[in-house]
Design a protein. Structure first.
Length: 139
């Protein structure tokens, strides 16, 4: 006779993503290519030129890191999550010793993608700043 200590579908609410979060992530990822061209002129109106370029690059680079991090945190092995729950680990211990080490490849992949996208965002913001910046219509 074999005792069942853990069922694969009983990892608890900590392993499930928030409802609606996946749809929001898909919408954000789909709008990523359009973001710098749409936001750069608005940022140039409200911020100084150099600050607008940095903020535009940051906005473009933030969402791939966010989506990959949440993907990595939610892709932890359910058996290991159940084992941590079985041993009574706190949420902080589960995050520190299980989820973050498991999500590290996803986080670094998001940073790799964000590096290229931030360069694109900075270039688009510089083009927008050069064509419609301060003194653009002056002779």
């Amino acid at each position: 006779m074999r005792a069942v200590l853990f069922q694969a579908d009983s990892a608890g609410p900590a392993a499930a993503p928030a409802p609606g979060f996946e749809a929001a992530g898909v919408a954000l990822e789909a709008s990523t290519p359009n973001t710098p061209a749409a936001i750069a002129p608005l940022l140039l109106i409200y911020l100084p030129q150099q600050t607008a370029v940095v903020v535009c690059a940051w906005i473009v680079a933030f969402f791939p890191v966010l989506s990959n991090t949440t993907l990595g945190l939610n892709s932890v092995d359910r058996n290991l999550a159940g084992l941590f729950q079985l041993y009574g680990a706190s949420r902080m211990q589960t995050l520190r010793y299980l989820k973050l080490p498991a999500a590290l490849p996803y986080i670094l992949g998001g940073l790799r993608i964000a590096g290229g996208l931030s360069l694109i965002g900075a270039v688009v913001a510089e083009i927008a700043a050069g064509s419609a910046g301060r003194g653009a219509g002056a002779p």
